[in-house]
Design a protein around this ligand. Structure first.
Ligand code: FEO
Length: 396
């Protein structure tokens, strides 16, 4: 449902509370919003970004309620991932004369995805498009936040920046759309999970974009997911800055274990106790049989310390732990202290695979991996506790 958010800008996005997994991968129990906007000048009206295809008619209905008999002139595409671009072909059908505006990579993707290659306008970095009456949109290319074609659009007259995925988060909008009219606290954990899951690999590009935007004057940030930021933008920018520098948000610890029959679980629990004994209060413990990878990745980005524990399985790495390590390496996570615990019945192959897979990435171990044969006894559990204390910097 549309909402006026400033003199010349309307929110025309939608909520999705029925998709179970974003990108077919990541759970979204609180839903997600696909934000779209309408920017008005005295002569021209521009839609900024589309929505996911199954919500196209809602977006079109909002546009018609705002514009009446007037037709939108431009569809500006900041980002081509289909959660936003899905409505392009339907928007073109509803408004045949609309001009699709994007940079060269965008326009190529519009054709590749939707077979649309007419009435397009290719813009370059820094170029502006007049909406009449002194209003104009300026386009700033911010590649790889999160795809190569991503850009942001500045409506300088309204001090409003349309940022695509940047500064977005999971979570549908529950009535309010601007942060000043909402309790936004619950969106912040979902921001960390969204960033870590979706954009986490592209930290250096996010940093580049943030540097570029540092000199741009705006007071309203309109991302494609989650609340519109005004009052809380400094906190949002700080979170995005730290995450994209791979700096932890706090000095907590994430303990992740896989266990078939409980022995590795006991070792991980002992290590978590050691971490707590050292004074760390913020500890997340994930059992790989029940925790979804999405939440694990978020905690890995959030906390300074990581402990991984897994048994040998079929002469190698316990498969779900392989997924965790792949997720770490894929995103180039760094600036973390890491410790490993393995268990085995006759050959310590799992710990070796875990250690090799991790050292191929960007993380360093704080101690020799600890591998325990068969069931842990009192001494072995004490060693796990000591490793937990050492991980967070306490004397063993
Ligand atoms: Fe929300 Fe990268 O799309």
């Amino acid at each position: 449902m549309e909402r006026k958010i400033s003199e010349k800008v309307y929110y025309i996005g939608v909520n999705d509370r029925t998709t179970h997994r974003f990108e077919g991968l990541w759970p979204i129990p609180a839903g997600v919003s696909y934000n779209s906007y309408l920017a008005l000048g005295s002569e021209k009206a521009a839609i900024i970004d589309g929505v996911e295809v199954s919500h196209s008619l809602d977006q079109i209905a909002s546009i018609r309620r705002i514009l009446g008999d007037r037709k939108p002139d431009y569809l500006v595409i900041n980002h081509m991932e289909p959660d936003h671009s899905g409505s392009i072909a339907i928007l073109r059908s509803a408004f045949p004369d609309i001009t699709i505006v994007g940079n060269a990579q965008t326009i190529s993707m519009v054709n590749g995805y939707y077979g649309v290659d007419t009435n397009t306008l290719t813009v370059k970095d820094g170029e502006s498009l007049s909406l009449g009456g002194g209003s104009s949109l300026q386009f700033l290319l911010t590649p790889m936040v999160h795809w190569p074609e991503t850009m942001v659009t500045l409506f300088a007259e309204e001090k409003t920046l349309f940022t695509g995925d940047a500064f977005g988060c999971y979570g549908a909008l529950n009535g309010g759309v601007v942060d000043t009219e909402m309790d936004v606290e619950g969106y912040f954990p979902e921001m960390v999970r969204y960033y870590a899951n979706i954009v986490g690999r592209y930290g250096r590009f996010v940093q580049k974009a943030m540097t570029r935007l540092a000199d741009v004057e705006f007071d309203t940030v309109c991302p494609t997911h989650g609340p519109i930021w005004r009052e809380h933008f400094p906190r949002v920018a700080d979170i995005y800055d730290k995450l994209s520098r791979y700096e932890p948000l706090d000095e907590g610890a994430t303990v992740i274990y896989g266990s078939m029959y409980g022995n590795t679980a006991r070792m991980a629990e002992a290590a978590a106790q050691g971490i707590a004994e050292a004074g760390v209060k913020n500890i997340a413990v994930h059992d790989l049989s029940s925790s979804n990878l999405s939440y694990i990745i978020a905690d890995l980005f959030r906390h300074r310390h990581i402990l991984l524990a897994a048994p040998t399985y079929s002469d190698g790495l316990f498969p779900p732990m392989g997924e965790v390590i792949d997720a770490i390496n894929l995103r180039g996570l760094s600036n973390r202290r890491v410790a490993l615990i393995g268990s085995h019945t006759w050959a310590p192959k799992g710990i070796k695979s875990m250690s090799e897979a991790l050292s191929a990435g960007s993380l360093e171990l704080v101690a020799e991996p600890l591998s325990i044969k068969q069931a842990p006894g009192t001494d072995e559990l004490a060693a796990c506790r000591a490793l937990g204390r050492h991980l967070v910097g306490a004397e063993c």
